[in-house]
Design a protein around this ligand. Structure first.
Ligand SMILES: Cc1cc2nc3c(=O)[nH]c(=O)nc-3n(C[C@H](O)[C@H](O)[C@H](O)COP(=O)(O)OP(=O)(O)OC[C@H]3O[C@@H](n4cnc5c(N)ncnc54)[C@H](O)[C@@H]3O)c2cc1C
Length: 410
């Protein structure tokens, strides 16, 4: 029987798309199969009443090395937000940002109620070191939970609870800072190097940008893969043969196809709210009253196309799964954070994403085995729970498949 392709990739999330992208650039024929009717996996966006909503609160950081190396950002319409973060209770605000971009930030940092001079200097120094350290240097040595690593750096509990944890919890989906310090340090490094942004068509546009570059890939969407082996893939009604097979699904699906351990998931709930356009709202807002919201951001401040004319689109998120019982409290909090009467805040949607990020093990291991029974494996759960992690895993899987397809199988 002749092969249907050189390589079959199962899963058209970012890991699978990146794998197909690298294989196409090397001249290989690829069949890319996904159970969903669209590409992108967890990167998903939709339109609701003139608003473009992502499936959960997601930002794209152009400083992710793998994203930059992919070339996809060259003509990507990324709309960046401010690099300054506003800690606010609605009445009083403190803005923290990079003093190299704006020297006034050093002064405001010192006025933050949870940051004394010593903490401000320690954290500023640590961020400066991370900015110029290589990823390899950052992950060298023993890893610790982020809170423990900060204690070891002698950052005070007050600064950890008042500044670092509120800043990181929305990215790590971890309220306790139990996540690997090596990973947190990589995340902080990426924030010192780039300003995250969004796209007028939502975060799904990033997956579309990868898909549009696939020249010699046949997309099979809406086909669920039931069984895989080193050289074949079985869906409900079809079988595909190739020299190599890559499984680039999420962790739970990889577990059912290949019995790979499932690390479990961290959940996120995002409320999407519409309110009259707020001027100068490109800063991430963190609620210093410390209720359950991690942060809020006006997506329309950078991409006005994402909301009807004259409206702001606020994405407000919290870690965990929340029901409608919390909707009223979220409207109150967002009204306070943006200084508008609560009657002017309309709830558009609430996204509860139970499987948002795979739980990251401690210590961080960026070299986990990416092969099972002759099948090559990719996915963010093998690297880091991020766009960067998914892309790196996809590229690495493609390199393995390239070797195998040159060798003629096996
Ligand atoms: C709410 C939320 C917020 C996030 N925020 C950020 C952020 O701000 N910054 C950041 O960097 N990252 C963020 N992430 C993480 C990032 O989106 C993911 O790490 C990345 O998209 C994972 O890509 P992946 O290809 O590994 O997996 P997935 O996107 O899960 O792709 C797996 C694909 O496999 C398919 N599949 C599964 N089983 C089968 C089967 N049996 N047959 C066929 N197809 C199958 C699925 O349909 C899916 O398309 C966020 C994620 C979520 C959900």
């Amino acid at each position: 029987m002749s092969d249907d392709a050189d390589v079959i990739v199962v899963g058209a999330g970012l890991a699978g798309l990146r794998a197909a992208h690298v294989l196409n650039d090397a001249g290989r024929r690829v069949v890319l199969v996904d159970s969903s009717p669209r590409v992108g996996g967890r990167l998903a966006s939709r339109e609701v009443d003139g608003h473009v909503l992502d499936r959960g609160f997601q930002l794209i950081n152009p400083a992710y090395p793998e994203l930059a190396a992919s070339g996809v950002m060259d003509d990507f319409d990324l709309r960046r937000f401010s690099s300054v973060v506003r800690f606010t209770d609605g009445d009083t605000s403190f803005e923290l940002g990079d003093p190299r971009r704006d020297p006034r930030r050093a002064w405001t940092a010192l006025r933050h109620p949870d940051l004394g001079v010593t903490d401000a200097l320690k954290l500023g120094f640590a961020l400066g070191v991370l900015r110029f350290s290589s990823a390899a240097a950052i992950v060298k040595g023993p890893d610790l939970a982020t809170r423990d690593a900060l204690r070891r750096l002698r950052v005070s509990e007050r600064a950890i609870d008042g500044v670092v944890a509120p800043f990181l919890r929305g990215t790590l989906l971890d309220d306790d800072l139990a996540t690997s310090w090596h990973y947190s340090a990589l995340v902080l490094k990426s924030f010192t190097r780039g300003r995250p942004g969004t796209h007028p068509r939502g975060v799904a546009a990033l997956a579309d940008a990868f898909a549009s570059r696939l020249t010699s890939t046949t997309l099979r969407l809406g086909e669920t893969v039931r069984r895989v082996s080193a050289h074949s893939v079985h869906t409900e009604g079809a079988r595909y043969d190739a020299r190599a097979v890559i499984v680039a699904t999420d962790a739970t699906s990889a577990h059912s196809l290949l019995a790979i351990p499932d690390p479990g998931w961290r959940a996120q709930t995002t409320w999407w709210l519409s309110l009259p356009r707020v001027p100068d709202a490109t800063q991430l807002r963190i609620d210093t009253r410390r209720r359950f919201l991690s942060s809020a951001l006006d997506l329309a401040s950078a991409a006005p196309e994402r909301a009807p004319l004259g409206r702001s689109l606020i994405g407000a998120s919290a870690n965990g799964e929340f029901t409608a019982d919390h909707d009223a409290a979220v409207r109150d909090d967002v009204a306070r954070l943006y200084g508008v009467p609560v009657r002017e805040v309309d709830l558009i949607a609430r996204d509860v994403v139970a499987k948002a990020l795979p739980v990251l093990g401690l210590p961080l291991d960026l070299h986990r085995s990416s092969e099972r029974d002759g099948v090559i494996v990719a996915g963010d759960f093998l690297q880091t729970p991020s766009i960067q992690g998914a892309l790196v895993s996809g590229r690495r899987a493609a390199r393995r498949a390239l070797v195998r397809s040159v060798a003629g199988g096996q």
